[in-house]
Design a protein around this ligand. Structure first.
Ligand SMILES: [Zn+2]
Ligand SMILES: [Zn+2]
Length: 103
């Protein structure tokens, strides 16, 4: 299990609401963690699947890791996937293992 900066963040990232399957409809779910991009975001509660990436934890102030979104696309492109969102990509790229396994 991955560690997050503080208890509140931990709680937010792992929070699953029973009443709202869609996080953007849940007033208690504030943070979305995208593990494949190593990216934290504040969820906009406008009904859409949107969030705004954040660089610092709103509760403890810790600096959060820099998003690996660009690196994800670059790395996959090098492997020959020019449209990874549509293509069938290696399993490790669907979670955080693609960057956690490389040193
Ligand atoms: Zn924190
Ligand atoms: Zn809810």
């Amino acid at each position: 299990m991955r560690k997050h900066c503080c208890e509140t963040m931990e709680h937010q990232v792992n929070y699953k609401c029973e009443q709202h399957a869609n996080p953007s409809e849940c007033p208690d779910k504030l943070i979305f963690f995208n593990d494949k991009f190593d990216e934290y975001g504040i969820i906009f509660h406008d009904g859409g699947p949107s969030y705004s990436t954040i660089s610092f934890c709103p509760w403890c102030g810790s600096e959060l890791p820099e998003s690996k979104r660009d690196l994800w696309f670059d790395t996959l492109e090098e492997l020959g996937f020019d449209d990874p969102v549509e293509q069938e990509i290696p399993e490790e790229f669907k979670s955080d293992s693609w960057y956690r396994n490389q040193k």
